[in-house]
Design a binder for this molecule. Structure first.
Ligand code: AMP
Length: 225
């Protein structure tokens, strides 16, 4: 089962992606998290991606398509993947679909977490994440018990380098220009489910559960894996 998560920066893809994966026993793979880790460790992928990420631009499609091919080849993800942040452009979506066809698979569903730019900028200004385990906190709605320290692992909490307001604006611009057409691509294939991000995290989580439960029921009825 392959579920795609898409949404502008700050829409909550990461938070809900982790929850879905934990609940259903699937892998949560965030392209943004893996790229940030690659940049930090200065791997060849990180060195290629670094400048684009700092500017709030998308990493070029050819680099991302090499990355997804390796990921799909990894047998540890065979039981199911919640793919958070990939694809983000039409060429990435076409490349992904072509790869899946090789494995006799297809995308089950794309969940689109919608949020306005103003709401996202407000949310991201309050976002800090753990440099150790990646847990995300919101200093207003979900603060850590001790300032700058992760409740889960004791790691240091930091604001993401690309969460500066002007970089967020650039990321939104990229979203509108390159990612919205990709969302239309999956909508045309009947794979899109819109999830409203209004309300508390648990309310959004309930909406996600309803969509996925319905999807699983339909697939069971059709006998699809
Ligand atoms: P995210 O954590 O999903 O907001 O991603 C952070 C940054 O990683 C983005 O602003 C891009 O620079 C880069 N990135 C993540 N996923 C992709 C992708 N599928 N294609 C291109 N760039 C990506």
């Amino acid at each position: 089962m392959l579920i795609l998560l898409v949404g502008p920066p700050g829409a909550g893809k990461g938070t809900h992606g982790k929850r879905i994966a934990a609940k259903r026993g699937w892998s949560h793979v965030s392209s943004g998290e893996l790229l940030r880790d690659a940049v930090e460790r200065r791997t060849p992928l990180g060195l290629e991606a670094m400048e684009y990420m700092r500017a709030g631009s998308l990493v070029p499609d050819d680099i991302m398509l090499r990355w997804i091919e390796e990921l799909l080849d990894d047998p540890k993800h065979r039981h199911g993947i919640v793919l958070d942040g990939f694809p983000r452009t039409v060429p990435q979506a076409e490349g992904l679909d072509a790869l899946l066809e090789r494995y006799g698979q297809e995308v089950a569903c794309m969940l689109f977490f919608d949020i306005s730019e103003e709401a996202a900028v407000g949310r991201l200004a309050a976002r800090v994440s753990c440099t150790g385990c990646g847990t995300v906190y919101n200093l207003i709605s979900r603060p850590p018990s001790t300032a700058e320290v992760c409740d889960r692992c004791g790691g240091k909490l930091e604001i993401r380098e690309d969460d500066a307001t002007e970089t967020i604006r650039a990321r939104f611009e990229e979203f509108r220009r390159l990612t919205e057409p990709m969302i239309e691509y999956y909508q045309a294939k009947g794979k899109l489910a819109r999830v409203s991000t209004d309300g508390a995290i648990d309310d959004v989580g309930r909406r996600v559960t309803e969509v996925l439960d319905e999807l699983c029921r339909c697939r069971d009825a059709e006998g699809t894996a």
